[in-house]
Design a protein around this ligand. Structure first.
Ligand code: XUL
Length: 524
């Protein structure tokens, strides 16, 4: 199919790298609200397609389950392979590109890296040219949870959990980059001394594509416990609490719409990219996904109903969770965005479904057959330890006559879903932004009855969306350099639900009861 100028989005994910080419509608006039079109996509799965690196689920196997690391050259080899698959005809039409990277992972480079990146050549294997630049052969990624001690130390130095969240947008979390850096500097002082630059996954891959060291954007930077979320610059206090001489090693932080330069000449010779292909600064996969699903206005939210349930919301102003369980990142539009993750998502729904011998259709029928408010029966759905609110050991609470009994199968199905959305509403009150529209993605977004409960509890319309490749699409939309970003390609029509006034009033009343039950369950 013939096409106009193309934009390339590359998502360096946990298990695979995806490259997507989109054609965007014309920037002005009628094209403004038209969706983009996907022209081509290529995905490289690390485990099966780059077996020499020996990864399992995208990371190096380790006897210690708390360690999650990746050889960074694997991402570069995956990039090379994905571009090869897109081919010269399409790459030759690209006018802008940008990278989305799994958030929090860090790459450590030696002095002289900038010079070496400026002289990358198309004649030699790309990963082989990058390998000598690494001061650390492995990059810790977001799955790493070995930094409990460092989290504690940084949090204490910054004045506690609430103060850390107030400054950096989040409490310290094991997977965040600051704690990773601190652990590296403490346990491998020689390699730390050898480190001249600390990059994130997104800025590392962008640096290779741009053939120069590139900055970290405010969006990915807000997943580090290092960015002052209000001033949007590295916090001297957080850097000092993290590692010695970090300031000179961190590349600058810049707004998410920064253009870092033109593509490196080696990609021009190797894949036929036009020499003036514009490279936009990289960003994190969560900020990119927001754009990739089509969120553009503050108040719009994405609800990802997967193994865990994650809610991102674009906020008009910065608000920080006083309980320090949620996160604030900077979205590609520059607005703050919240991210809260409930561990008891599909896992909890599945536990109820399986307990009562149902399939998903049976679960949905059970929701349809029971009334909003469940005749006073209620559940706090902590089948697993919970992230929001923080609960260390599982403990499901049933109230109002609800019992774990076979004859109450339908009531239990409704109770788990109502409990999940009441918890989401209660524990997102700190955002001070009631969502105006929710785009639901993930497996649960196919369940219309569940979306109806979400709409009634949250008091706003909820639309189901197919959102495969959201992060890569978001990167491609960012690469257009336009704001507001063009709309992503329209997915197939999914179920949708509008709030019903009577049901919404029931949940408005139930919220106080849920809050009281949660307070009791959390204890003193
Ligand atoms: C978010 C998080 C993951 C990673 C990988 O804080 O840790 O979503 O971004 O996708």
């Amino acid at each position: 199919m013939s096409c106009g100028p193309l934009y390339l989005g590359i998502d360096v994910g946990t298990q695979s790298l995806t490259a997507i080419l989109i054609e965007a509608p014309p920037p002005d006039g009628e094209g403004k609200d038209r969706a983009s079109r996907v022209a081509a996509r290529a995905t490289v799965h690390y485990d099966s397609e780059l077996p020499a690196y020996g990864t399992v689920s995208g990371q190096l196997p380790n006897d210690d389950p708390a360690i999650g690391r990746v050889p960074p050259c694997m991402w570069i080899e995956a990039l090379d392979l994905a571009l090869e698959r897109l081919g010269g005809d399409l790459c030759g039409k690209v006018c802008g590109l940008s990278v989305s990277g799994q958030q929090h992972g860090s790459v450590y480079l030696r002095a002289g890296s900038d010079r070496a990146l400026r002289s990358l050549t198309a004649d030699r294997n790309l990963a082989e040219q990058i390998e000598p630049l690494l001061a650390r052969s492995e990059a810790p990624i977001w799955t790493d949870s070995s930094t409990g001690r460092e989290c504690e130390e940084i949090r204490r130095a910054l004045g506690g959990a609430a103060a850390t969240a107030e400054l950096t947008g989040s409490n310290t979390f094991e997977r965040f980059t600051g704690p990773q850096i601190r652990r590296f500097a403490r346990t491998r002082p020689d390699e730390w001394t050898d480190t001249a630059h600390v990059c994130l996954v997104s800025s590392f891959v962008t640096s290779v594509l741009a053939g120069r060291l590139t900055a970290i954007d405010h969006g990915d930077g807000s997943g580090m416990n290092l960015l002052d979320i209000r001033r949007r610059e590295w916090s001297p206090a957080a850097m000092a609490a993290t590692a010695t001489e970090l300031e000179r090693r961190l590349l600058p932080s810049q707004p998410p719409w920064t253009v870092v330069g033109a593509i490196a000449p080696c990609f021009v010779s190797r894949y036929g990219f036009p020499p003036d292909t514009r490279v936009s600064i990289g960003s994190g996969d969560n900020p990119c996904s927001l754009v990739g699903v089509g969120v553009r206005e503050p108040g719009e939210a994405v609800l990802s109903l997967g193994t865990s349930d994650t809610c991102f919301c674009l906020m008009p102003d910065i608000a920080v969770d006083p309980d320090a369980n949620g996160h604030v990142f900077i979205a590609p539009s520059g607005h703050p965005m919240s991210l809260i993750c409930f561990r008891n998502g599909s896992l909890a729904r599945e536990a109820v479904r399986d307990r009562h011998g149902l399939d998903w259709q049976g679960f949905e029928d059970a929701l349809r057959s029971t009334p909003p408010g469940n005749d006073g029966m209620m559940m706090i759905p902590w089948f697993e330890p919970e992230i929001v609110p923080r609960v260390a050991s599982p403990g499901v609470v049933r109230l109002g006559g609800l019992e774990d009994a076979p004859e109450q199968a339908a009531a239990n199905c409704r109770a788990v879903v109502e409990g999940q959305f009441l918890s989401m509403r209660l524990n997102s009150e700190w955002m001070a932004t009631r969502p105006s529209r929710i785009l639901a993605t993930g497996g649960g977004a196919h369940n219309r009855e569940m979306l109806q409960i979400a709409a009634d509890v949250m008091g706003c319309p909820v639309e189901g969306h197919e959102a495969t490749d959201g992060a890569a699409l978001g990167a491609a939309l960012r690469a257009t350099g336009r704001r507001p970003y063009p709309l992503p390609p329209a997915g197939g029509p999914g179920p949708a639900a509008a709030p019903r006034p009577q049901a919404a009033a029931v949940y408005d009343r139930l919220l106080a009861r849920y809050a009281e039950a949660q307070r009791r369950a959390l204890g003193p």
